[in-house]
Design a protein around this ligand. Structure first.
Ligand SMILES: Nc1ncnc2c1ncn2[C@@H]1O[C@H](COP(=O)(O)OP(=O)(O)OP(=O)(O)O)[C@@H](O)[C@H]1O
Ligand SMILES: [Mg+2]
Length: 380
């Protein structure tokens, strides 16, 4: 765990960080984002003591980093930066193995480790290990940079805009690889970026900074759904939530008081209830509110006897959704079938709500409505 406790930084009399406090949990990937000069790099460099706070303290696993030997601290923390990351006069192999050699690790182990890292980073060892950084493309150099940062099995990796000089495709590939890598390893990653899309894509949580302060520190989902103020809203862009529909969950768009009926309601009573409420689906629940099934037109038509009970008319194959599921798959399902109503049921079997095609449509159209509205303003 990394903790910043009331950390301030002044360069001469310029205040760069104002009393910031935050915690990064073990194995989290946290992105720090903000405009140029807001203090991202300063914050990052404090973690490996390249910059010392003017006030406050920084703890790693409860220990004040000032009490940890500087060299030891830096060797236990991987560091990847945008440029000048690799030593130009050393081969790829020498770059990756440098620290391990300084630590006099077993040469055979080092070699195995290097080969493993090259594989992880999708680099052909036979081709590249004995080349110099300048022989490699930008993307390949960044891969080597990441491999080197991983070489010592660090518990913490600091990355300062590592992918920002790359073309969009290479960049996107490396983001994917980083996410995969992070899933497999027990590593805490602090990742500085200018790019909100990058942060949303890779981070567990995002720190948004402005002029040396933390404006919001939350999951991508929370930031997209509940931007704390106008600054954050501007920063993420108005329609961002729709660019990331995987963050919209079923519970965000479900109707929470759907029309329900008890299992022993008869067919005639069901029909009456449906007519009365102008609906074509009834949800059957037991007396505690546990979901039993749905009765729809089809169920009613295939039942001849007017006194048949609702529980005997339910469609057993109807799909349900869980409240915390993303709507992405549901959208696909609705597109592929002619199902328009999906009951929302929690893990314990209780009915929580109902997704209707109209609730989906209203979510789908809202960003476009926004555009339409602003287009009208422009015309006026
Ligand atoms: N060694 C220094 N001496 C004086 N001022 C400094 C020093 N290092 C950083 N600063 C100033 O501190 C502020 C924050 O710098 P920092 O590098 O942390 O910003 P940043 O958010 O990483 O910006 P960028 O996105 O451009 O990399 C800037 O105004 C910068 O000019
Ligand atoms: Mg910076």
């Amino acid at each position: 765990m990394i903790e910043f406790v009331n950390v301030s930084k002044e360069f001469k009399d310029k205040k760069v960080l104002h009393d910031i406090s935050f915690t990064i949990n073990d194995n989290e990937l946290v992105a720090i984002i903000g405009a140029s000069g807001c203090g991202k790099t300063t914050t990052l460099k404090m973690i490996n003591r390249l910059i010392v706070p003017t006030k406050g303290k920084i703890l790693i696993d409860g220990k004040n980093i000032e009490e940890i030997d500087k060299t030891e601290l830096r060797r236990s923390i991987g560091y990847v930066i945008q440029q000048m990351g690799l030593f130009p006069h050393m081969t790829v192999k020498e770059n990756i193995e440098l620290i391990q050699k300084l630590e006099k690790k077993d040469p055979k182990e080092i070699e195995e480790n290097t080969n493993r890292l090259m594989e992880i980073m999708d680099l052909d060892g036979d081709l590249y290990l004995n080349k110099y950084p300048s022989d490699l493309s930008g993307g390949q150099q960044q891969r080597v940079g990441v491999a080197r940062a991983l070489a010592n099995n660090p518990k913490v990796i600091l990355m300062d805009e590592p992918f920002s000089a790359l073309d969009p495709i290479t960049r996107s590939n490396l983001q994917d690889e980083l996410v995969e890598l992070h899933k497999k390893m027990n590593t805490t990653i602090v990742f500085v970026t200018h790019d909100m899309d990058e942060a949303i894509k890779i981070a567990d949580r995002i720190i948004i900074m402005k002029d040396g302060d933390i404006v919001q520190y939350d999951t991508p989902e929370e930031i997209l759904k509940h931007p704390k103020n106008e600054f954050v809203q501007e920063f993420i862009g108005k329609n961002k939530i729709w660019d990331a529909p995987e963050y919209i969950k079923v519970e965000d768009i479900m109707i929470t008081t759907p029309i329900v009926c008890s299992p022993d309601l008869t067919k005639n009573e069901c029909v009456k209830k449906m007519v009365q409420h102008h609906i074509d689906t009834l949800i059957v629940v037991d007396e505690d509110g546990r979901y039993i099934g749905i009765v729809n037109r089809k169920g009613l038509y295939s039942t001849v006897l007017p006194w048949t009970n609702a529980k005997d008319m339910v469609n057993e194959n109807a799909i349900t959704a869980s409240p915390d599921e993303s709507i992405l798959e549901l959208l696909q399902y609705i597109e592929e079938t002619d199902v328009t109503n999906i009951p929302v049921v929690d893990n314990n079997g209780y009915l929580k709500g109902l997704i209707t095609s109209s609730s989906l449509i209203s979510v789908l159209s809202s960003p476009y409505l926004d555009e339409y509205e602003s287009g009208k303003e422009d015309e006026a």
